[in-house]
Design a protein. Structure first.
Length: 356
């Protein structure tokens, strides 16, 4: 079998602000990147100034051609793509002409034109079984990839970031492709130990609503007084909906209807639940601090996780710094959409058996 040298030269599609790329320099040097949102592209360029960031819609032929030309010029032999998943759905429930369904098609087109030695596609768990419209017919994405990329070994994996050094449960579909003349790119071996929330963030000082600390990014968002009351009376790992007295209710006393993943404290001794884009709102999913029981019977830290806690639970390095102009809400959003970087590092580290 043919062997190649690291680092590979890479193209990153749907790059966000480069969360996934935090630890990959040893394995892949990203030469070209593409991101639709201008502010995110600017953010990315400040983190990775040597990468040629091409901002724009990949469905725009001018933008797409620019991406391909730049990738060929740089002799990219690796492509990483994390296309947004909103346009995907299970058969019978999709909008046939949703333009977002064409994103995976553009990824395949890019692979065919650039001809990398390896590619990695990351998406939601159900992606391989999801149907898209191609040449007038519905086709499952897994079949589409196998049919269209016959020059590659295509390996479909379902991986959880928690199994690869991230203190957060985040299950993702990972598609690994290696040129047919190379060894099959296999999924990495799971870590023997899960990292709990306690392992990850218990060293940080306790904070109440709107309280600041000297640690960068570790300051508490201001919470609504009613939310504080509910959370003070909510034990670790529980939702305020389970409280007998201090449960979520409107100002007129009417009980709020909601999911039991909201107004909820996460647990100390497990990896954190999946961090979503709305991680700054206690009414969103699983983002309340675990809290500590106090002598008065209430629980401390009646708040959402701080940005510092979110960064740690996502597996980002301590030295990671956002541009000064980026708002906290923006940073929270891009982290919630980002791919846990330790997961990508583990996947790429497995290339060592294929390369020299």
């Amino acid at each position: 079998m043919k062997r190649i040298k690291l680092p590979l030269k890479g193209l990153s599609l749907f790059a966000n602000v480069g969360i996934a790329e935090a630890y990959i320099k040893k394995y892949v040097d990203i030469k070209v990147a593409n991101e639709l949102v201008e502010k995110r592209a600017k953010f990315y360029s400040e983190l990775y100034p040597s990468t040629n960031m091409i901002c724009g819609n990949i469905l725009d032929n001018i933008i797409f051609d620019k991406i391909i030309r730049s990738s060929l010029k740089e002799k990219c032999d690796f492509i990483m793509a994390t296309p947004p998943c909103q346009g995907m759905s299970i058969a019978g429930k999709m909008e046939q002409d949703d333009p977002r369904n064409f994103l995976i098609i553009k990824v395949v087109e890019a692979i065919k034109l650039v001809k990398p030695k390896y590619f990695l596609i990351e998406n939601v768990q159900k992606m391989p079984k999801t149907y898209i419209k191609f040449k007038g017919k519905k086709i499952k994405i897994s079949d589409f990839l196998i049919n269209e990329l016959s020059d590659y070994n295509v390996n479909f994996c379902l991986l959880d970031a928690a199994d690869f050094g991230t203190p957060q449960t985040r299950k993702r579909s990972i598609t690994l492709g290696s040129a047919i003349n190379l060894k099959i790119w296999n999924e990495p071996i799971k870590s023997n130990k899960l990292i709990s929330v306690r392992d990850a963030i218990s060293h940080l000082p306790s904070l109440e609503s709107n309280e600041k600390s000297r640690i960068k990014y570790h300051s508490a968002k201001k919470q609504n007084d009613r939310h504080i009351l509910w959370l003070k009376n909510t034990p670790t790992g529980k939702t305020a909906f389970e409280n007998k007295i201090h449960f979520p209710k409107k100002s007129d006393g009417t009980k709020i209807k909601g999911f039991k993943t909201t107004y909820k404290r996460i647990e100390w001794d497990k990896p954190a639940p999946t961090i979503t884009t709305c991680n700054g709102a206690i009414s969103s999913q699983n983002n309340g601090h675990p809290g500590r029981l106090k002598e008065n019977g209430e629980y401390s830290d009646a708040r959402v996780l701080t940005l510092k806690e979110i960064l740690i639970l996502s597996g980002l390095p301590d030295k990671w710094k956002a541009p000064e102009w980026a708002s906290e809400n923006m940073i929270r959003e891009v982290i919630g959409e980002g791919v846990p970087p330790r997961l990508i590092e583990s996947i790429l580290a497995n290339l060592d058996s294929n390369v020299s």
